[in-house]
Design a protein around this ligand. Structure first.
Ligand SMILES: Nc1ncnc2c1ncn2[C@@H]1O[C@H](COP(=O)(O)OP(=O)(O)O)[C@@H](O)[C@H]1O
Ligand SMILES: [Mg+2]
Length: 247
């Protein structure tokens, strides 16, 4: 498989805390890569650098030949990298469909009042994203009325409405019950596979990693300390110990 994203020698520090310590990692086209590691090991920082929310002190991230580190998050989105958030970023007083329309419009750098975004092309993208995740039935519900699990799905649908080539998800099922988590992950991973979207997800539940990841990268103190296939990684006792501190 060909590389789709390459992080080279990334360094991020917050005061005295080194959150990325010379991180090198390649994401391959069409793979599902899981990022695991204890709390505070730098997983979210990596996602933030790749999506433009944090500028590294050193190093670079390449998406194809394009260097991302100086780009604004919206510019990175337009290149084809989307992100779902640990806490869904929805407009609570608007309907699910309106939230999706905004996301579809944002792909073209178009941020205007809701009245201006109900164009047929956006509507088609929004409905397609809802359909991929089986959310057609809640299109007209207000985001505030949704269950936490459904809010997560809508947040991911918003990322899909951007028609990305690469999607980052930071703990997509944190805060939902384990029963609901399985349902969400089945829906999401099925949709991503059908849409052919390369996926990087931060995950603390090793059962999810085992089920869905093609490859795993292990973070410890701002470093990638191991990577490989889930079977080998999750059976290594030293690695298990390193990630055991996870909530
Ligand atoms: N905005 C920030 N300001 C200060 N410190 C931060 C900030 N973001 C992260 N950190 C610190 O950087 C380290 C890595 O954090 P993070 O990437 O969120 O870890 P993880 O997602 O693996 O739990 C932690 O020590 C955390 O406290
Ligand atoms: Mg985190």
């Amino acid at each position: 498989m060909k590389p789709i994203l390459k992080a080279e020698d990334l360094q991020v520090a917050f005061g005295g805390v080194i959150a990325a310590d010379r991180v090198n990692l390649t994401v391959l086209a069409d793979e599902v890569l899981a990022i695991v590691g204890s709390n505070g090991s730098g997983k979210t920082t990596f996602v933030n650098v790749c999506t433009g929310y944090i500028k590294p002190r050193r190093g670079e991230v390449y998406f194809g030949n394009t260097a991302l580190s100086r780009l604004h998050p919206r510019a990175i989105t337009r290149l084809g990298i989307a992100r779902a958030f640990q806490i869904p970023q929805l407009f609570a007083e608007h309907t699910v469909l309106e939230n999706l329309l905004l996301a579809a419009a944002a792909r073209r750098g178009f941020w205007r009042p809701f009245s201006a975004i109900s164009r047929p092309c956006y509507l088609e993208e929004a409905r397609e994203a809802l359909g991929l995740l089986g959310l057609e039935g809640c299109a007209s519900q207000r985001a505030a009325q949704l269950s936490e699990g459904t809010r997560k799905l809508v947040d991911i649908a918003m990322a899909l409405a951007l028609r990305p080539r690469l999607l980052f998800m930071d703990e997509p099922t944190s805060g939902v019950s384990s029963d609901e988590a399985i349902v969400i992950m089945e829906a999401v991973m099925g949709a991503l596979a059908r849409a052919g979207i390369t996926t990087v997800f931060v995950e603390h539940d090793m059962e999810m990693v085992r089920r869905y990841a093609h490859r795993v990268a292990v973070w410890e103190s701002g470093r990638v300390v191991a990577q490989g296939q889930p079977h080998g990684i999750l059976h290594d006792s030293q690695i298990r110990e390193s990630i055991a501190g996870m909530a």
